[in-house]
Ligand binder design. Structure first.
Ligand code: FBP
Ligand code: MG
Ligand code: MG
Length: 359
């Protein structure tokens, strides 16, 4: 039996570029640099406890969001910065692990793109050897020679030029959208190349699998409680079918499962901590995953509006996120539209009033 011919990521990007005869090649260079960073992180993740410095916590360090930093969070962030700094087409980068944007000082003319990333997603899983990943989003940089500011990154997800993730599991995969569908590449460790193994990925529109951290159930809003209760009621309830549940606590691994076989993921807005309207970060978690899922025919929402339509207000903004099989996400959105939000302090600011609550 002959092995099927597979395109490498480089060959795939060259083919894509044929659609844009005037393209400079900058964009391809950027994606190949991101892929190189992911390969380097994959190698370090695979070393496990053998990695110099280990996979543990950084002695008491917390990131800008007050979360304990793992050694690998810091290492992965460094890899992204070092590999992408010299790609020649970036004006700046922003990351979960850095309070402010990173300027690319020595690039002339100024780069056309901005790169935003979560260098290691699900890092609380790293010391127990569960899949983790990296998530990235490419935005256009503003014209002109001025240094980039936080404001430049505050673009709605619908404007992303490209987005994707790498998942470091039993195999390392890179999943990419450049706004023309979604393609998955598996790392051939012998060649050191990402090979196109999953062309034109599609999220099935229906599912009977959901993912949510049920330990937060007492903080959920009524539409989310209703949806989960109906799933749990199974074939004897209004849904008339049994549901299965998964929770990996690495969103990148949940997104990958959903891309491969359907499902719905919820980390909704809840009342657990008034200072955090949701757990996940808009710019480097919700938007890139939302773009990938929508390009694969799925849906991504805050529950109240498409996540890609949200105008960001800060670099590390958090948001409620629901994504996956289209019919389930639409159902969850309907439940949010059916009900008034809980314990609204002022009726002037409820969902149907003149002064809508922020998503
Ligand atoms: O611990 P919880 O509440 O289940 O949260 C898990 C969620 O947090 C995250 O790990 C956040 O990502 P980071 O590891 O990049 O901080 C998501 O990947 C995941 O869905
Ligand atoms: Mg993350
Ligand atoms: Mg992270």
């Amino acid at each position: 039996m002959t092995t099927p011919h597979r395109l490498t990521l480089t060959q795939f990007l060259i083919e894509e570029r044929r659609r844009f005869p005037d393209a400079s090649g900058d964009f391809n260079s950027l994606i190949l640099n991101v892929a190189l960073a992911c390969k380097s992180i994959a190698r370090k993740v695979a070393c496990g406890a053998l990695l110099e410095g280990g996979h543990g916590d950084v002695g008491g360090a917390v990131n800008v969001q007050g979360e304990t930093q793992k050694e690998m969070d810091v290492v992965s962030n460094e890899v992204f910065l070092q590999v992408n700094e010299w790609c020649g087409c970036l004006a700046g980068m922003a990351s979960e692990e850095m309070e402010s944007p990173y300027q690319i000082a020595d690039c002339y003319p100024k780069g056309k793109y901005l790169l935003v990333f979560d260098p290691l997603d699900g890092s609380s899983n790293i010391d127990v050897n569960v899949s983790v990943g990296s998530i990235f989003s490419v935005l256009r940089a503003p014209m002109g020679e001025a240094a980039v500011t936080e404001q430049d990154f505050l673009q709605a997800g619908a404007g992303q030029v490209a987005a994707g993730y790498a998942v470091y599991g039993p195999a390392t995969m890179l999943v990419l959208t450049v706004g023309n569908g979604v393609n998955g590449f598996t790392l051939d460790v012998n060649l050191g190349e990402f090979m196109l193994t999953h062309p034109a990925m599609q999220v099935p529109a229906d599912t009977s699998e959901f993912a949510i951290n049920a330990s937060n159930s007492r903080f959920w809003e009524p539409p989310v409680k209703r949806y989960v209760d109906e799933c749990l009621a199974g074939r004897t309830g209004v849904r008339g079918k049994d549901f299965n549940m998964r929770w990996i606590a690495s969103m990148v691994a949940e997104a990958h499962r959903i891309l491969m076989r359907g499902g719905v993921f919820l980390y909704p807005r809840d009342s657990k901590d008034a200072s955090k309207p949701g757990r996940l970060r808009l710019l480097y978690e919700a938007n890139p995953i939302g773009f990938v899922i929508e390009q694969a025919g799925g849906r991504a929402s805050t529950g109240r509006q498409p996540v890609l339509a949200v105008q960001p207000s800060s670099l590390h903004q958090r948001i409620g996120l629901v994504f996956g099989s289209r019919h389930e996400v639409e159902r969850i959105e309907r439940y949010h539209n059916d009900l008034q939000p809980v314990e609204m302090p002022n009726p002037l600011f409820n969902e149907r009033s003149l002064f809508r609550m922020p998503a």
